[in-house]
Ligand binder design. Sequence first.
Ligand code: SMO
Length: 723
Amino acid sequence: TVRDEGIADANALVGRAVRRREDDALVTGQGRYVSDIPLQDALHLAFVRSPLPRGAILGCDVEAAREMDGVAHVVTGDDLTGFGAREGETLGRLGVNPVLPFEGEAEFPVLACGSVAAVGQPVAAVLASERAVAQDAADLIGVDIDEAGASPDYSVGNAPGFRGDWTCGDVAAGFAAAHLVVEVEVEHPRLAPSPLEPRAIAVDYDAERDRALVWYSTQTPHRARRELCRILGIEEARIAVRAPDVGGAFGMKASLYPEEVFAVWAAFRFRRSVRWASSRSEDLISATHGRGARSRGRLALDTEGRFLALEAEVDCPLGHWLPNSAGIPAWNAGRILPGGYDIPAVDIHSRAKLTHSAAVGIYRGAGRPEANCLMERLVDEAASASGIDPLEIRRRNLLSPDRLPHEGPTGTRLDSGRYAELLDKLAQDADYDRLKKARDNIRAEGGVAGLGLAFYVEPCGTGWESARVTLHPDGRADVATGGSSQGHGRETAFAQIAADRLSLPLERVRVLHGSTDDCPTGIGALASRSTPIGGSALAEACDALLAKLEDGADRGKPVSAEVVYEAKGEAWGYGAYLILLTIDPDTGAPTIEEAHCCDDIGTVINPMMVEGQIRGGFAQGIGEALMERIVYDADGQLLTGSLMDYALPRASDMPHLSIGKMSTPSPANALGAKGVGEAGTIGAPAAILNAANDALRPHGATIQSMPLTAEALWRALRSASTR
Ligand code: SMO
């Protein structure tokens, strides 16, 4: 069910559910992923990984591996010190996080050197004629690690952490004046982003020119090149990065990994093409994880149920090294916390600390779900404690349209929206009163049922993106974006935008993306920024091209216009999710009986893809709320190293989701677009957590830790009934 607010004019392509031009190839097996790219005479790479979470490396027994047929090179961390891309150059280390400021310096070896800091950390590498040979040889290599010799602290620089502090207004006065104070805690499972295509890189080395074309499954091709060149000490002209079809990423492919740096280093060092494809298990143990935050908050209310002040602490894990995206979840979890509400005073502290585990970075939502779950749990507890209906207490505290744009107490700037109106639309579409009655009827018959509501906001990236549009004499246009696609249909969406702007048929527009050779320097596909910022860059480039044509540009030759577009600010999508959840009293098994949402993402380019993003995000939101959890045991060993142990949602776990839409164009960018890539992962966990707590409330129980497995819910019910 999709309910649309009228958007498209009849002739426009923008606003129309154009079928994805990418899909014919993808669904018929004609997609070209990194592992489909043929390389001449390439070496295959496999890694030996640390079996222990910490300790001193005493030795690495590489002789048997070196002697295996087909093995070309075996490399350990010691081999990397002192020589780099070529003899005489120094191989840099993965350095400080270039995105957010961190306390202290963090340098991290490409291969473990001297000590290890997490299970799965690459310790040695094998390059061989075939992938299986490389893996067999890697399996022969024993690593001798002295756990007793482990430094009590972290061996990655001097243990930097991230801290974010936001203080505004008189918080003490707010709590002193409060009629009511509620307090909640929330624990997020650590999650594995789990794109269909694990990490992959294929380095096509050109020995004659000593250059490399790096085929790379990435969200950020230009940043990858810049970082590779910085770390390896190579000038940018010698590396080109291309992302072919990318089989999902979800934030996991926004950062460069040690394995990938090593692959490029090895190609230059050994003057051979090199390829590496991670396995699912390697991704689970050594790709970035997401979430894992623990948060606690207090909310002060007056007699009318209005919010006076908010106090919160958020604790996030970082893992044993800092990918580009490290700390961003902690930063977002703090700054986004007040959501769309009018809260005059806040005191928010967010911390992220290193742990002996896989690195933690952004994952679809990247701090937004963490902020949203804490805030929405507080609001629901406030509703329950004050006796005000959950919908009404939100309506009463959400910023009204005349207050927008609004400079929030954490320095954010909410750009536009009709927050309360959206809630009312959701209530009407879903028939809120009917749902409340349905819940009460289930309870009356002895069942366990809860209704959960969550309102969310989703900031969609700041900064710039680039675009170049070229009109050929035959009337075809090439549209190159500095952004890229992670399988989320940007070729189609960008073609729609450009075709409209240039008044061309869709078929005449070709979209180029994900290439440092073919595209202007850009940022990439992350933070729900592709359409709001990348799409706006494209629209402006089209306008610049049209201006050139009007100025009498010679149409007998290709005419080009290139822009770097800087968004005026963050565009904030928003929406609300409403879930009716039942819990089997005997087994604790949760069932989503009904799911409804309404999202406002401003200007809609393609409603079909918007719906796809909402459903996909919702599926991953269900994963976090009900199923998924990365588990390390007390010894730092990963217990969820395969999909037998790590529960991803399947198609059969998806309930029907009824989707409503509103459209309030954003003043923050040229298109008026807001992101929707993360909507479902932000709204769903909070709504489900609220539904579970609503279900448990009559039984005197609460639950704060996700995932809400049958066991966890059963224990919560049981602890209450035996109390
Ligand atoms: S979690 Mo997204 O790729 O910013």
